[in-house]
Every structure is written in C-alpha cells, then in structure tokens.
Design a protein around this ligand. Structure first.
Ligand SMILES: *Cc1c(COP(=O)(O)O)cnc(C)c1O
Length: 230
C-alpha cells in the first residue's frame, strides 16, 4: 500500500471513531481530500485507494489537475479557496462544488456562468464564525439573507455552510465555533431551506467538528503530508 492509501485509511478510522463517540452513523460524514499544492500523482494514488472527492484552493491549479485526472476516473471536485470575481467562470465551468461563497456577487456570477449542459453547481456559504482571523466568510448575522438569495439562483444548488475556525489545540475551544455554525445551519433549516451539508473540520480538528455535527470534513495534511509552498 502507498503512504497515501495508509493515511487515507487512518483518516477513515478517525472519522469512524469520532462518529461512534458522537453516536452518529459513520456514513453521515463524507471525506473531502484536499489536494492543493500536491501533484496529480497524489490525487491518482488516493483515487486508486477509493477516494472520490477532492478539494482545491487555487483555480488554475485545480482545473489543471481535474482535467488531467479525468481519463479513467469520475472524481468529484470541490473548490474551497477564496474566489475572486475574475475567476468565477473557470470554477463554474469545471467544478462540481464551491464551499467558499461569501457574497452575492460571486454567487450571481457562478450561477450565470454555470453551463446549462451541467447540473447546478453545489454551493456552501462560508461563514466567518467567532475567533476567525481570516477575512473570508460572511458575518454570521448576514448568513440567512445571503443563503435565501443564493437558494433562488437557478445555476446553483445551495447545500449548506462552511467555516474555517482559527486553529487551536484545545478541544473545547475547537468545538465552540463549530457549534455556532451548526446553530446557524439548524436555524436556516427551520426557515425551510433544504440544507444537507455542514462543511467543517480539518486535519487537526475533525473530531471536534464531527462531535458538533459536521457532515463533510476537509482533510489535506493527514492524507497527503505537509504542504510545501516554496
Ligand atoms: C487547506 C485547507 C484544508 C485542509 O487543511 P489540512 O489542515 O491540511 O487538513 C481544508 N479546508 C480549507 C478551506 C483549506 O484551505
């Protein structure tokens, strides 16, 4: 087995154990393998080990990889990075999901640019929950209005919410922002939005995210190793 196959199995075991601890079925949590900065060969190794969903943060890198991997594979590609208006077309034309919609202008462009030959683009609205240093994500108080507007766009299918809390090693502190996101998610469900995806949890905090109801965890380092940005 390759190191990546071993790592994938270890991550699947962590997910299963966290699900058990939370009294949830393991299959209520899906695994997104975050392959940003990693070569195509790593994607193919993970795909050979049964991984179907991949996440990328940089538009051109992601498009290059998804086109190159397409031969012989039917993989699902998620765009999870910050998205500028001038890059929406490539994303709308090539990806299956976007997790990082944080303003209406971006959503409107993705909807208008989604080819009619493809199913609607699955999207999550990114929320800047408490304690985030990043400037990405809408304010929690703006999430409901943004979600209602996104849900009306014909080229998109609103699936849920995403957040990237500030890293911390303290499990109790990790859980707080995830709990906040889940609260917003359940509030939106009560208003009638059919949401099924709570995209939260990364290599260092997937257990806390699953304890708070994550339905999709986005894992890079624990599968592919440390990233080298040099
Ligand atoms: C890089 C990245 C991840 C994966 O992070 P790891 O700590 O390597 O698991 C998940 N989500 C987003 C949005 C990312 O940018």
């Amino acid at each position: 087995m390759s190191a990546i196959a071993d790592n994938l199995q270890a991550v699947r075991n962590r997910i299963a154990q966290a699900a058990r601890a939370a009294g949830r079925p393991t299959d209520s949590i899906s695994l997104l393998a975050v392959s940003k900065t990693k070569p195509l060969a790593d994607v193919l190794a993970a795909a050979a080990a049964g991984q179907t969903d991949f996440g990328e943060n940089y538009v051109q890198e992601g498009v290059d990889k998804l086109l190159a991997s397409a031969a012989g594979n039917s993989l699902t590609w998620h765009f999870i990075g910050p998205l500028q208006s001038n890059k929406t077309r490539l994303v709308a034309e090539h990806f299956d999901w976007v997790h990082s919609v944080d303003r209406l202008k971006i959503a409107e462009r993705l909807s208008a640019q989604r080819p009619l030959t493809l199913p609607p683009l699955n999207v999550c609205v990114q929320v800047n929950v408490s304690g985030e240093a990043s400037k990405s994500g809408c304010a929690p108080a703006e999430a409901a209005a943004l979600c209602q507007a996104v849900a009306r766009l014909p080229g998109l299918r609103l699936r849920g919410l995403m957040a990237i809390p500030e890293p911390t090693d303290d499990i109790a502190a990790q859980r707080l922002p995830f709990r906040q996101l889940r609260g917003i998610f359940e509030q939106l469900q009560r208003t009638g939005l059919a949401l099924d995806t709570l995209s939260m949890g990364m290599s260092h905090d997937l257990e806390a995210a699953i304890a708070e109801g994550a339905t999709l965890v986005r894992i890079g380092t624990a599968i592919f190793g440390e990233r080298n940005y040099a």
